[in-house]
Design a protein around this ligand. Structure first.
Ligand code: ADP
Length: 487
């Protein structure tokens, strides 16, 4: 009986593959970074062939190095960087150029022109018209890639997100498909009818025949080396599933390059009045779950700025001790390096450091930068609470920066909510692994619920007056920089 599950985790900076045993323990992980291309200011690209080559290599190595064979693999799951858009030829599989990564802002002007349609687009997709999502990137490829133009004219063009590209290649060009979570990030998918939407396709000038078939997240998408690919979810949705936020009202926050908070809102698509996105959490066992999502663009990236931009630290983990040694509470860093995400969606604002005195040193700056992750998370959670009318009691966390104990304690203090850090912080890979394991009947849902142990709870302990003062300071700092618009 095959009894291992393999998760493919195709991220923004690396391709990874993880092997889970029958008890849900991760027994092997392989990872390979790939090149980020920045051809112009604001442009971010990946080479689609490098994505597939690195992904296949880590996948084969992970199974080999786990000491198992492909006959032992019960199922695979795929999770991926969302929104990144690419095109390829239906017959040859040749890409029409590099993939336009979610961070890419080259379509800013085009998105601004379309903003008059926000009401219609928002009602259908739950999103805002922004460069971040795939549709304007598909449009760019159609307008600028000679190959895309030629293939589109001959009806030989496939447009897709990274999951579709992986499925296509892992199935040797037999399967052109995506799942509802990835589709829900394109701006072309109606999250209520669960289909590509003609009005949206017209708006962006994209024809339905260029797009993949959309399936439930736990569909049997394809086979690789004889094993079924039995789940596909975008990375943040997969992390929500992997954190076992299966019930309405449960939330997780991922502290990676950016921060992504998602709250399961059950079977109802909840429209945000406070700058959050409505998205599909997953469709499994024929039921659709929705989520509210708030994204913070710069989180761990601010720690990278301390390391690479300012050279104040040698590596990210030093920030914990430095923050604890700081003596002042009055410095604020607003890392709006790429504008401000939810709940502001203000792309013009720039970053700032406020509250410096002659005594402010490296420790204060590091502490204030770490704290900015927690303040931004608090802003998103505030918006979620207002939208849902319910107060969260526990926040589940994951992602690289959640290893930082100073940050997690400060987060609990500022939110005034318990923060729960699992032992297994690879929630993204866990999500599709758990879903695939359930879909292929290796596990039941109750089995999966026994897999996760907690590493640590952070319980709020900050004095309420101090909390009020810190929150007020942050609010003033944000207002201050939002008002700063030099010519
Ligand atoms: P991504 O998946 O977005 O690449 P990860 O989840 O791997 O991100 O997290 C990496 C990010 O977390 C980096 O931006 C790094 O600066 C930050 N980070 C890693 N460890 C720590 C730490 N101990 N304290 C603070 N930040 C950290």
């Amino acid at each position: 009986m095959p009894k291992y599950i393999v998760a493919i985790d195709q991220g923004t900076t690396s391709s990874r593959a993880l092997v889970f045993d029958q008890k849900g323990a991760m027994i092997q992980m392989e990872q390979q970074e790939f090149k980020q291309h920045f051809p112009h200011d604001g442009w971010v690209e990946h080479d689609p062939l490098e994505i597939i080559e690195s992904q296949k290599k880590v996948l084969l190595n992970a199974v080999d190095n786990a000491g198992i064979t492909w006959n032992d693999v019960a199922a695979l799951g795929v999770t991926n960087q969302r929104e990144t858009a690419l095109g390829w030829n239906k017959i040859t599989g040749e890409p029409c150029g590099n993939a336009l990564v979610w961070q890419d802002q080259r379509t800013k002007k085009y998105c601004k022109e379309l903003s008059i349609h926000q009401e219609m687009v928002g009602a259908k997709t739950g999103l805002v018209i922004d460069t971040y999502f795939s549709a304007s990137k598909f449009r760019w490829l159609l307008d600028n890639s000679e190959k895309a133009k030629e293939w589109a004219a001959k009806d030989e063009l496939c447009l897709g997100t990274v999951d579709a590209w992986l499925l296509w290649n892992l199935s040797d060009g037999k399967v052109f498909a995506t799942d509802v979570t990835n589709a829900s990030r394109t701006l072309l998918f109606n999250i209520h009818t669960l289909d590509w939407d003609d009005e949206l396709l017209d708006l962006f000038g994209i024809s339905r025949s260029m797009l993949p078939e959309v399936h439930a997240s736990d569909h049997c998408f394809a086979h690789f080396m004889g094993a079924p690919i039995h789940s596909v979810m975008g990375d943040q949705q997969s992390a929500l599933y992997g954190q076992l936020c299966w019930e309405k009202g449960q939330s997780k926050n991922t502290y990676g390059t950016g921060c992504f908070m998602l709250m399961n809102t059950g079977k109802e698509a909840h429209k945000s009045e406070h700058g959050l996105l409505t998205t599909i959490a997953w469709k499994s066992k024929n039921e659709v779950y929705y989520a509210l999502e708030g994204s913070v663009f710069v989180a761990g990236a601010a720690i990278q700025w301390l390391r690479d931009g300012l050279e104040l630290i040698g590596n990210a983990s030093e920030t914990e001790e430095l923050a604890m040694s700081a003596t002042s509470d009055d410095v604020y860093v607003v890392p709006a390096f790429a504008g401000l995400g939810a709940p502001w969606w203000d792309m013009e604002t720039k970053g700032a450091v406020l509250g410096l005195t002659r005594n402010s040193d490296k420790a204060e700056l590091v502490k204030a930068t770490l704290e900015s992750l927690a303040f931004q998370t608090n802003d998103v959670l505030d918006a979620m609470n207002k939208d849902c009318g319910e107060e969260l009691t526990v926040l589940k966390v994951d992602g690289g920066a959640c290893a930082n104990n100073y940050l997690m304690q400060f987060q609990a203090d500022i939110l005034n909510v318990n923060v729960e850090r699992p032992k297994q912080i690879e929630s993204t890979a866990c999500g599709v692994a758990y879903m695939a394991g359930i879909a292929c009947d290796l596990w039941t849902s109750s089995d999966v619920q026994t897999f996760k142990g907690n590493d640590r709870y952070f319980i709020p302990s900050m004095d309420q007056e101090m909390r009020r003062k810190k929150l007020e300071g942050w609010k003033m700092a944000v207002n201050c920089i939002r008002g700063w618009k030099p010519a």
